[in-house]
Design a protein around this ligand. Structure first.
Ligand code: GDP
Ligand code: IMO
Ligand code: MG
Length: 454
């Protein structure tokens, strides 16, 4: 049995918490895309873990796999593993030999491209982790893979081919002076050492083979998506996207298992009860705005709903896990969720953060869009048209702030009635059952309706 956890919106929906919630019944948690641009939070007995690369099952001591679809920065991976060990965990992480490696020059190039784009207000607002440039090299067939780190001669050969190209790109095309990030000898020494540690700790695997063996031995697998559907490179609002496929199809290509294996299990959409976005790009239901990220902010300023945005941002602690940037905030966008449900085939939903909205007189959700006088119930295929969409809102009566831990203990019926009305609206529109409702950040602050693994 497998369960795939997918962000249904723009990332930060609370995926890490859901992986942890059901993690007890899981044997292996595999990430299938992305890299250390992710920031997944798990809160166990008041202790908070913010995980970037180590799969969130580590908090419960489960085996983690970084599948072939991931991009791995060994420096941050080992730092994270060492930090977690210091905190008393013992992460058992396996890394696919086919996964691509993020090198220091990828981060530099990520920064350069964003700077150049910002001159014409086209920056994406990336996390600066070198994610895009690494996937570019993968598609360009010049990337360095985890398996290459285990073979020093091959590593040197590949560095000698690729690094001078990258250096010329930085210096001759972008006119930026380069430093040690482009020095073949020091890159070789550093990355060879990472290869030695990967080998010493027997961390590398053929992920498809490893995971298939685990399934055959009766293990339960969870696939932990990073980012979200609307920042998927194919199904998101390109170019304001990440460079991988967070959507459920990515769980097959990014692990080496067949689509049948992934589709044979549950696919759970993680939904934040409102919207947040880190970085640029349209957001039709945005309340307020964030300087530098909200398009048109310089001309329009904060917008009339800034106070409400600020309230939700503070109540929800909506600041980026990786970058610390304030997240843009908006009302729930149901056309977005319909697009997401179609793309991913959700069999169930986990809706988080309903506690954050408590105490408001009313809560809104975009039910459809108005686009040039026509009503649309899903997201247009071009980002420019999406930006033209005007939300048609449904208004729900608000719900009171209650003792949410008590609600989590009592179960679904203890959720305030108006919040249940809102949840049932979402479930009906997406034709998927509610499996869990997040009422706070902690593991115990979740109403579990159904555990897909039991
Ligand atoms: P992820 O990237 O999808 O794993 O989500 P993040 O960890 O980046 O962001 C989610 C944030 O909300 C974290 O700080 C979580 O601890 C917190 N969180 C998750 N679920 C809930 C919830 O139901 N209520 C509240 N108040 N916070 C939550
Ligand atoms: P988790 O897994 C929210 C956003 C960045 C930027 C765009 C591209 O915690 O949900 P990148 O560095 O990937 O090239 O940046 O994608 N982004 C995220 N936003 N949550 C994330 O991950 C994100 N990972 C990337 O802010 O707009
Ligand atoms: Mg996050």
């Amino acid at each position: 049995m497998t369960v795939t956890i997918v962000g249904s919106q723009l990332g930060d929906e609370g995926k890490g918490g859901v992986v942890d919630l059901w993690g007890d019944a899981v044997d292996v948690v595999a990430r299938y895309q992305g890299g250390d641009n992710a920031g997944h939070t798990v809160v166990e007995d008041g202790t908070e873990y913010k995980l970037s690369l180590v799969p969130s099952g580590a908090v419960r001591g489960k085996v983690g796999v970084l599948g072939n679809g991931c991009v791995v920065n060994p420096a941050t991976l080992f730092e994270e593993i060492d930090d977690l060990r210091e905190r008393g965990l013992d992460p058992d992480v396996r890394v696919a030999q086919r996964a691509h490696v993020i090198l220091p020059y990828h981060r530099v190039l990520d920064g350069i491209e964003e700077d150049v784009k910002s001159e014409s207000d086209q920056e994406v607002g990336t996390t600066g982790r070198g994610i895009g440039p690494t996937y570019e090299d993968k598609a360009g067939r010049r990337g360095i893979r985890v398996g290459d780190l285990l073979d020093p001669e091959l590593l040197r050969e590949k560095l000698e081919y690729v690094v001078p190209q990258k250096q010329r790109l930085a210096e001759d095309v972008f006119g930026v002076e380069t430093g040690e990030e482009f020095d073949i000898a020091s890159l070789y020494e550093e990355y060879k050492r990472y290869g030695e540690r990967l080998a010493d700790e027997e961390m590398t695997v053929d992920s498809g083979e490893f995971l298939t063996d685990r399934i055959e031995s009766g293990d339960q697998l969870m696939f932990e998506g990073a980012q979200g559907t609307l920042i998927d490179i194919d199904h998101g609002n390109y170019p304001y996207v990440t460079s991988s496929n967070p959507t459920a199809g990515g769980a097959a290509t990014g692990t080496g298992l067949s689509p049948g294996v992934v589709g044979g299990g549950d696919i759970v959409g993680i939904v934040k009860a409102y919207l947040t976005r880190v970085g640029s790009g349209p957001l039709p239901t945005e309340l307020g705005g964030v300087e530098g990220d909200t398009p048109g902010y310089d001309e329009q300023g904060e917008g009339e709903n800034e106070e409400l945005a600020e309230y939700i941002r503070e109540e929800g602690g909506e600041y980026g896990t990786v970058t610390g940037r304030p997240r843009r905030v908006g009302w729930l966008d149901v056309p977005m969720l319909r697009h997401s449900a179609r793309t991913n085939g959700f069999t169930g939903l986990a809706v988080n953060h309903i506690d954050v909205l408590s105490g408001l007189d009313e809560v809104k959700a975009a039910h459809s869009y108005d686009l040039d006088g026509d009503e649309r119930d899903t997201v247009p295929a071009t980002t420019e048209r999406w930006a033209d969409c005007e939300p048609n809102y449904r208004t729900f009566d608000g719900w009171e702030d209650v003792d949410w831990s008590h609600v989590a203990e009592e179960g679904y019926d203890a959720i305030p009635e108006n919040a249940r009305t809102y949840l049932e609206y979402v479930s009906d529109e997406l034709d998927a059952d509610i499996y869990a409702v997040g009422v706070g950040p902690g593991r115990e602050e979740t109403v579990v309706v159904e555990n897909p693994l039991e």
